[in-house]
Design a protein around this ligand. Structure first.
Ligand code: DGL
Length: 284
């Protein structure tokens, strides 16, 4: 007799981010798992997280995840690098469902792609300060040498749509020069917004260095994990993407066209309820 299907496998996947940047992760997951329904929460009222204290990031992340569990999702993907860097252990302790972040998949892909173990990572101030990518990579391969660079100006430039602007190219040259001097052979795009800058980054670093898109690695990781857990949907229709935002939704369509690239349901505005205080906040 065939085993009964997992009772939750047709529920949506919950994905959240500090804002709309996490739609780059939604895009990759929808591309790889097109029949999955997705509920997306963007905390646009409180973006950016990348400049905030770790304790604040953890508190916001608990509130975001609480909202998604109320939507009855089968698993949660933390699309935000900053949240993945600081809050994953707390979220895993507090919420009893599969939770996947972007750091481990990005670290694994970087190690697989790098031939000389010299890996650069770029991200927000908070992600770089956490050293989460570095710890993940050195934990998997003690020979890895990781060089990290915070690039705080890139998020606003991408949101402004200055993808191919000469100002963006100049700023990229400044940020990436120290990593190029370190002779990196792979570069992890450790922020939701950076996949949109791939072409400009490629022009800056030349053809040889491998570019690791943490959104793409995350999507492959999600597929593997849901397969192991027997939580993949078996439906045949195209999955729906339902966005929720914590601030006004008027500009969502413009952002969605750039970050998501596929149609989504109309965005709804929501208020988040305050989470019960997480147990172990770091003293920061
Ligand atoms: N989503 C954030 C990240 O990937 C970037 C935007 C922010 O600072 O909140 O780190």
């Amino acid at each position: 007799m065939k085993p009964a299907p997992h009772p939750k496998r047709e529920l949506p996947i919950g994905i959240f981010d500090s804002g709309i940047g996490g739609l780059t992760v939604v895009r990759q997951i929808h591309h790889l798992l097109p029949n999955e329904d997705i509920i997306y929460l963007g905390d646009t009222a409180r973006v950016p997280y990348g400049t905030k204290a770790p304790s604040t990031v953890i508190r916001f992340a608990c509130e975001d995840l609480q909202f998604l569990t109320q939507q009855n999702v089968k698993a949660v993907v933390v699309a935000c690098n900053t949240v993945s860097a600081w809050a994953l252990p707390t979220l895993e302790k507090q919420f009893p469902l599969p939770i996947m972040g972007v750091i481990l998949p990005g670290a694994q892909t970087a190690l697989a792609e790098s031939t000389g173990h010299r890996i650069g990572v770029i991200g927000t101030h908070s992600t770089i300060r956490s050293r989460a990518y570095e710890r993940a990579m050195i934990g998997l391969d003690p020979l890895a040498q990781v060089f990290a660079q915070a690039c705080p100006l890139l998020v606003p430039l991408v949101e402004e749509g200055w993808i191919n602007h000469r100002a963006t190219k100049l700023i990229l040259q400044e940020y990436l020069a120290p990593l190029l001097r370190r002779k990196i052979d792979a570069l992890v795009l450790g922020c939701t917004h950076y996949p949109l800058l791939k072409t400009a980054i490629r022009q800056t670093i030349g053809p040889k260095i491998r570019l690791v898109d943490s959104a793409e690695s995350c999507a492959r990781f999600v597929r593997e994990r849901l397969t192991q857990l027997e939580l993949l949907s078996h439906r045949r229709r195209l999955g729906a993407i339902q966005p929720f935002l914590t601030d006004e939704t008027t500009q969502f369509d413009g952002y969605a066209a750039r970050f998501l690239g596929v149609p989504a349901e109309p965005a709804w505005r929501v208020e988040l309820t305050t989470a019960t205080q997480p147990t172990a906040l770091p003293q920061t």
